[in-house]
Design a protein around this ligand. Sequence first.
Ligand SMILES: O=C(O)[C@H](O)CO
Length: 425
Amino acid sequence: MIIQNYEELATSEKKIDCLKILEEGLKAADPENIIPKFVTPEEIKINGKTIKLNKFSGIYTVAFGKAGDSMTRALNAIIPIKNGIIVIPKGSKSKIKGKKFQIFNSGHPKPDQTSVKAAKEVIKFLQNRREGELVIYLVSGGGSSLLAIPDDITLDDKIYVTDLLLKSGSTIQEFNCIRKHLSKIKGGRLVENTKCQGIGLVMSDVEGDDLSSIASGTTYMDDTTFLEALNIINKYKLKNKIPLEILQRLEDGFKGKIPETPKKALIENYIIANNKNCLDAMELKAKELGYKTKTMQIFGNIKDATQKIMENISDEQKTCLIFGGEPTVEVIGKGSGGRNQELVLRILKNAQNMKKIAIASAGTDGIDGNSLFAGAIIENIKIDESIIKEFLKNSDSARFFQKQKCNIRTDFTHTNLMDIGMVLK
Ligand SMILES: O=C(O)[C@H](O)CO
């Protein structure tokens, strides 16, 4: 079981079905179930392209992102990797055996000194690779923070801006547009000037699987500009809050004093999994359990996302509305909680007058916002609206569900295909 407190949460028939469906979604996000679809000991076969592996004098990996460790393990079980680097979040323990891989646990969601150290090691590693060798980049969400080399700005300033952006309600595309314009490696710059061949296998945690946004397109390229970065700063009213050096850099870039990020990809990058894979697996399970299903993805402001979900709940019984994606949340309090817990709480608030339903939502990465949980699951028990509002006001949804014993615990799942959830009637 991926859900560690499954038994504790399985307190009603509806919740049991919810948990079964959620488990299937989480399993579908596990690289061990994804990598073998594309890789055999002889070749990588993807998007109609075949890469024969025996033509290379050595195969190496560079993995960064929340799924870095499990992607490496899954690949290493199939092909003989000479050695490589794995960069995963602090707190997420590597399960890899042996000394073949150098492992870094760096800061997430904000970069730290280890993010910089890891990035420098990756650059060194790539400089040592020769023609005829292949580096497989295993990329997943979280990579932007885990691997960082600020360009002509201090790490402290970068951390400060990251914090502002995290709380601003900006989309990940907007967030990463700014990160790419402050970095020496993002937006494809990492793979510039390498002699070896490279290929990126990417797990998507971004709407539309936009390769230039996932982990800031570090092995791909960037289609955004300094001007767009400045517009985003203005849109979220951050101009007077960001450090002067950063504003200066963006303005210099806009004036052409600093080269733009690469606009052409130097290596092939392929999406090997996305949120839809989880939703499909959940739908299959829900159908097997006898539910009529509907699936949808939600992005954008969490209040609008809640509204969209409410509008799509069927009037019929024995139905399951499955949703995935990643709404944005503006953090307004000092409480504990993340997108998923807040979403479940908002649905609960709106579902007070409905017949019995079960609501669940979880981050496939296992860590919702600043909480220690993946998300929450609850039936629409009667709760005074003012109480819910109070928790929402402090961005404190995890504490609300802690009181109800309804937080879902998975620990780090070593994957990241955004969020998954459902409303079960
Ligand atoms: O690392 C990142 O940039 C986000 O998780 C999106 O991929």
